[in-house]
Design a protein. Structure first.
Lengths: 291, 307
């Protein structure tokens, strides 16, 4: 290895290489941030123009010509489906995380689960959508084909590994001293877990889960096959349900300028929603006593 | 009992993956028996109206766009990781981390929207100039299509950047300070320290990070669907239109709903994606994990927590 050969004296050439390479790394970092700036700039420039009171309070009309309406149903649909998805994914994810940390630090089974959870984070979102499509939608579960709750299931599958993984990381940070102290007082294991470990780790658990929620909120592919798209607002999760990402995807593909305009507005709304969730997530972790 | 409940939940995850696999195979069966497995993968003819499902153009499109994404995205991601961990002043580190991770907060469909209405028109003249000037290179030259492989690859590069950068950062931060200090003490410049101490030590982990990026790039659907042109042929150059496995599923599932063979072909495409990403991720996770365990202590990997 080159480390064993002596370095040449600190000549101008080595100095220059150092400067140049440091510069290259700094410039590359700047380049990495260019798309972020550009995306935000265009979102604001084109999206803000689409925003108005009506934009958020009317449903898409679906008219061929004329007034196209707003994104009310899409916004509400996204919120409803993401909430239900969280209700499914977060308890399971925390449960698995608890198992891995409290009972499965060693052992084959836990190692296998851990490995597959990791691998599952890399499964493309469209595959989850496809899976729910072939099982629940084609299977006609619950009487209907496409339904909001099926979209939630797809999103939950997507969130599950992310929630599990982040829960595991946070739970590992809970000091063993706390567990041992509680156990030494004669507390049964499950009470230690519920009354000591969980409360200590809670802010961190919430942060990780909210980040997963933010990720799910922006997903299009799983919803395309499961909840599809409709115009009207519905609070019945058994019906087809609109969502912001799918609405944007559909509008983008249309040749109507008004719809494209709406897509920019909806995109801005979606990004704001996601950033807001992320922000809340970060604030939650501020309150954590673990680091 | 408590333990058993939690264990069941964990087992559920394994069962889910197995179930996925079996179900997709089962549903892909009509197409695979219609077309034959190898013929499905390697025939260059995708024509649903004639019931011909040769997915080769889609496979090629997926690989080309992913390759472009890696070539552009990985060096930049690793450079940002190095800059943030080794060079940047302490005060700007955290803000830089947050900014890079914000890239991951932008949804796929928004990148697609931006790609269609901003990137494609703005980059077209530049791409055309590049194609004309460098047409002696392989796969460059000829007319630039609006949506094309390159644009899709570029958008993918942006999308994989945060995760590759985050994991590279994790891996780089496990390089023992002793090594770095020793090389500095021997009179190495900062860059020489990076090249001789940091990079060799974290090479396996960075490779793993790049592979995770590859997995992302292969499976990304919506942004690619919007900017690749969706033409089921193999383009002759990187500025031609193409198609990918994920995009074909998103586009054709509606019309395929009533056609068992066509739907089966899409499920088969999904299956190929699933297996491909599973293998890539399994290998990548192994690499990253080993790289991190090599460090002083076993560090927790916040795998996909952000991206």
């Amino acid at each position: 290895m080159s480390a064993t050969t002596a370095l040449a004296p600190l000549t101008g050439r080595r100095r220059t290489t150092d400067k140049v390479m440091r510069g290259v790394l700094a410039v590359a970092t700047l380049i990495a941030l260019i798309p972020l700036v550009l995306v935000i700039y265009y979102l604001l420039k084109k999206g803000l123009g689409a925003w108005s009171w009506d934009f958020f309070t009317t449903d898409p009309t679906g008219n061929f010509l004329g007034d196209q309406g707003g994104v009310k149903s899409a916004l509400l649909g996204t919120i409803e489906m993401v909430l239900l998805a969280s209700l499914i994914a977060i308890p399971i994810g925390w449960g698995v995380g608890l198992y891995l940390v409290e009972f499965g630090r060693k052992g084959r089974f836990a190692a296998t689960v851990r490995y597959f959870v990791d691998v599952m984070t890399g499964v493309p979102s469209i595959v989850f959508g496809l899976f729910v499509y072939v099982t629940l939608v084609l299977g006609g579960w619950g009487g209907s084909s496409f339904a909001g709750w099926k979209g939630s299931v797809a999103l939950a599958l997507l969130m599950l590994p992310v929630v599990t993984r982040s829960a595991e990381v946070v739970l590992l940070l809970v000091p063993d001293g706390l567990r041992e102290a509680a156990l030494a007082l004669g507390t049964p294991r499950w009470r230690v877990t519920m009354k000591v470990v969980l409360p200590t780790a809670l802010p961190g658990l919430i942060t990780g889960s909210l980040l997963a929620v933010a990720r799910a909120a922006g997903e299009t592919a799983p919803l395309l096959f499961t909840a599809t798209i409709v115009n009207g607002t519905t609070f019945n999760l058994g019906d087809r349900m609109n969502s912001l990402p799918v609405q944007i995807f559909t509008d983008v593909g249309s040749p109507n300028d008004q719809l494209v305009q709406r897509a920019w507005g909806a995109a801005l709304a979606l990004v704001c929603l996601i950033l807001l969730t992320t922000l809340v997530a970060r604030l939650a972790s501020r309150r954590s006593r673990l680091s | 009992l408590f333990r058993a409940t939690l264990m069941t939940l964990a087992a559920l995850i394994l069962a889910l993956i197995a179930f996925f696999f079996v179900y997709l195979i089962n549903k892909a069966q009509p197409a695979l028996s219609h077309q034959g497995f190898f013929s499905f993968l390697f025939t260059n003819d995708w024509n649903p109206s004639k019931e011909v499902f040769g997915a080769w153009p889609l496979v090629v499109g997926t690989l080309i766009t992913a390759a472009i994404a890696l070539v552009i995205g990985v060096p930049i991601a690793v450079a940002t990781a190095l800059f943030i961990t080794e060079l940047a002043p302490r005060r700007v580190r955290q803000p830089l981390v947050v900014l890079v991770e914000l890239l991951a907060a932008v949804p796929s469909v928004v990148y697609g929207l931006w790609g269609i209405f901003v990137l494609i028109p703005k980059l077209k003249p530049a791409s055309q100039w590049f194609a004309d000037t460098f047409d002696f290179l392989p796969f460059v030259g000829g007319n630039v299509a609006g949506p094309n492989y390159f644009i899709a690859g570029l958008i993918l590069a942006i999308m994989i950047l945060p995760i590759v950068s985050a994991i590279s950062r994790e891996v780089i931060s496990t390089v023992p300070p002793d090594l770095k200090e020793a090389s500095l003490a021997l009179g190495a410049t900062r860059w020489e320290m990076i090249r001789m101490a940091v990079l060799p030590y974290s090479r396996a982990g960075i490779t793993g990070a790049a592979m995770l990026g590859l997995g992302r790039a292969i499976g990304e659907t919506i942004a690619v669907t919007l900017v690749i042109g969706n033409s089921p042929t193999i383009g002759k150059q990187i500025f031609d239109q193409g198609y990918t496995l994920a995009a074909v599923i998103a586009n054709e599932f509606g019309e395929a709903a009533n056609d068992k063979v066509h739907a089966g072909a899409l499920f088969a495409a999904g299956l190929v994606l699933f297996v491909l990403t599973l293998l890539i991720n399994a290998a990548a996770r192994g690499l990253v994990r080993r790289a991190e365990n090599k460090g002083t202590k076993v560090k927790a990997v916040p795998g996909g927590t952000v991206a």
